[in-house]
Design a protein around this ligand. Structure first.
Ligand SMILES: [Zn+2]
Ligand SMILES: [Zn+2]
Length: 241
């Protein structure tokens, strides 16, 4: 039996054995320069940034100079949302690894990609989107919290885990208009009075329609937050129809 001081070293070597020596996404051997990152440099280089021109508010690409419809129903104090990359190919697989396969350390490579997003400058207060209790139990962790923690480590910001709470699970909302989606999410979140007067940055893995972020922002603003921004790793392409 090992003595107690040796248990830490033992745990580390067990972790090394359990970690794949290969990239989570492409299964190629990780180079020494990839460090403990789990996602190799080549896979990361395939992640596609969202090309400008962007809607100054929700960060979705503007088409043919038309006004953006996606963020028309957002509450006033919800100022900006930005995403690092499109939800395509290897970025989609990274999200899947983080969300469904238990690879929470994929959050580190994803946070690297999010780091330059404008709402994160200046030591932001990061608010992860909470999971419903049932999903959280099943998954063992909240992927948004893991992303927020990795971002805090990179930007000097801090994670505010207790500001925002989910009141209920929200039904799926594909097939609804942007306005209907925001209404569908009404009162889904509540926030602590400690949000009062503060500039807060919501963190989530994917921007799909923005409705979840808008409703979380509404919860923070109702509790007195001065302004709310949002960052996500990936963004789903809107189907315009
Ligand atoms: Zn790879
Ligand atoms: Zn917009």
């Amino acid at each position: 039996m090992p003595r107690w001081p040796e248990l830490g070293a033992l745990a580390r070597s067990v972790e090394r054995l359990l970690l794949p020596g290969v990239c989570l996404l492409c299964q190629q051997a990780l180079a020494a320069t990839d460090d403990d990152a789990l996602i190799c440099g080549l896979c990361r280089s395939r992640w596609q940034p969202i090309p400008p021109p962007l809607c100054p508010r929700c960060g979705d690409p503007l088409h043919l100079g038309l006004a953006c419809r996606l963020c028309v129903a957002w509450p006033d104090g919800f100022r900006t949302a930005r995403s690092a990359v499109w939800l395509d190919g290897s970025a989609r697989r990274a999200v899947h690894s983080l969300k469904y396969d238990g690879w929470w350390r994929a959050a580190e490579a994803m946070a690297d990609a999010m780091r330059p997003l404008p709402p994160l400058t200046g030591g932001a207060s990061l608010v992860p989107i909470p999971l419903g209790a049932r999903r959280r139990r099943r998954r063992g962790y909240n992927q948004s919290e893991r992303l927020a923690a990795a971002l805090a480590a990179r930007t000097g910001g801090r994670v505010e885990e207790d500001l925002l709470h989910r009141r209920r699970e929200t039904p799926t909302q594909t097939r609804l208009t942007p306005e209907e989606r925001v209404a569908n999410m009404a009162d889904a979140f509540s926030a602590s009075p400690e949000a009062r007067g503060r500039r807060l940055v919501l963190v989530d893995d994917v921007f799909t329609t923005g409705a979840t972020l808008a409703q979380a922002a509404a919860g923070l603003l109702a509790a007195g937050a001065a302004e709310v921004h949002a960052v996500t790793f990936a963004r789903a392409r809107q189907t315009v129809g």
